[in-house]
Ligand binder design. Structure first.
Ligand SMILES: NC(=O)c1ccc[n+]([C@@H]2O[C@H](COP(=O)([O-])OP(=O)(O)OC[C@H]3O[C@@H](n4cnc5c(N)ncnc54)[C@H](OP(=O)(O)O)[C@@H]3O)[C@@H](O)[C@H]2O)c1
Length: 340
């Protein structure tokens, strides 16, 4: 490690609309040294997630962005290379929020020790990490979804949506997934066993929605937003509950979308059908993480909740891999970049 340097991808510019490769800078610095009570680890796996666009600023998010020159944030899995912390030893596997850099130091508070004998390390970034936690929290803690209704999940073939949809099935709901393209729709029906799947790119959206929702919507897990929502909202039943997890379709928007204003219609639906919409954000609810792990770990290790991963090799691929989440080419699998 003596001649190693610490590569980082930092934010070079705030995006104008969709993020571009030139918004990132590759810089090299010294490998940090752990102080008393700290751990030095090398990141081996990097999670790629839609909210990383929000971290870059100049989009629809109202939350603070990272500063220009700061390393991109995000969850990683790493291996401990030096430890001055009694709870961690060299060779331990850890999950952290270290972002896009080879090496990081942390005190124990920001680290989760992983046991590769329990589940593959990559699951700490997927179904047993923030992705799974997001799905579980949104399905468990936001609303009390009754088991005898119809649940709609948008972005259902994606990392969060596919787990939310499976949890819906496990809890006895009739689950309808919305995704883009025939492959994703086949995945939802054939592999996840959803009751119906809607391909919002197929063109006959209103007819598909009406066919898939003969009894309306009782529970809704929203990941996407955008033009599909106004079609779906017409099908809310009285007392329906909507969990707003994300609206990836507008993360790169710098101004309000043009076109029909659906807000008065939505307010009418909220009013007369007693629609309840609640949003949540995982950074504020991490105290539920142990409960999530206790419930989710056996579901994942027993194969009762399945997940799909796509690995991309090479630290230099980090920015380009993030861009695929927003350019329509993303397969829906959980994207993980492996360090070289
Ligand atoms: N509330 C929280 O704390 C929290 C935490 C983590 C994630 N989230 C949110 O959860 C949602 C799902 O995240 P994920 O990690 O599971 O992502 P993902 O679904 O794996 O990837 C994004 C998918 O979104 C779909 N999509 C639909 N319209 C899109 C558009 N205009 N631009 C780009 N993608 C579009 C695409 O699938 P199709 O081809 O099927 O359209 C794409 O594959 C996101 O909104 C994310 O921000 C929220």
């Amino acid at each position: 490690m003596a001649d190693a340097s610490n590569r980082q991808f930092t934010l070079a510019a705030r995006p104008e609309g969709a993020a571009r490769l030139s918004d990132f800078a590759l810089v090299r610095g010294a490998v940090p040294s752990p102080k008393e009570g700290e751990v030095l680890f090398r990141n081996t796996l990097f999670s790629i997630d839609p909210y990383q666009r929000n971290l870059m600023g100049n989009g629809s998010s109202e939350w603070p962005a990272i500063d220009i020159g700061e390393p991109m944030g995000g969850p990683t899995v790493g291996v401990v290379e030096a430890s001055r912390h009694p709870g961690f030893a060299v060779g331990d596997h850890v999950q952290s929020w270290a972002g896009w850099q080879d090496y990081a130091v942390a005190d124990g508070a920001g680290l989760r020790k992983l046991d590769p004998g329990v589940a593959p390390l990559s699951t700490a970034l997927g179904p047993l990490g923030l992705t799974g936690f997001t799905a579980w929290y949104g399905m468990t803690k936001v609303h009390d979804f009754k088991p005898d209704g119809t649940l709609v999940v948008t972005g259902a073939a994606g990392s969060v949506g596919s787990i939310a949809a499976q949890l819906g099935k496990l809890r006895g709901l009739r689950v309808v997934g919305v995704a883009g393209g025939p492959r994703k729709v086949a995945f939802l029906k054939d592999e996840l066993g959803l009751d119906e799947a809607i391909d919002y790119k197929a063109g006959d959206l209103e007819a598909q929605v009406a066919r898939a929702l003969p009894d309306g919507i009782d529970a809704f897990f929203e990941n996407v937003g955008g033009p599909v929502f106004p079609v779906l909202m017409e099908h809310f039943n009285t007392g329906a509950k909507m969990t707003l997890c994300g609206t990836i379709s507008d993360y790169s928007d710098t101004e309000l979308p043009k076109g029909t204003n659906y807000l008065p219609r939505l307010v009418t639906i909220i009013h007369y059908r007693f629609l309840s919409i609640k949003a949540f954000a995982t950074p504020y609810v991490m105290d539920a993480f142990p409960e999530f792990l206790a419930e989710m770990t056996p579901l994942v290790t027993q194969g009762r909740v399945t997940y799909r991963e796509e690995f991309v090799d090479g630290f230099d691929k980090l920015p380009g891999t993030l861009l695929t989440l927003f350019d329509g080419s993303h397969s829906g699998r959980k994207l993980i970049v492996r360090n070289d």
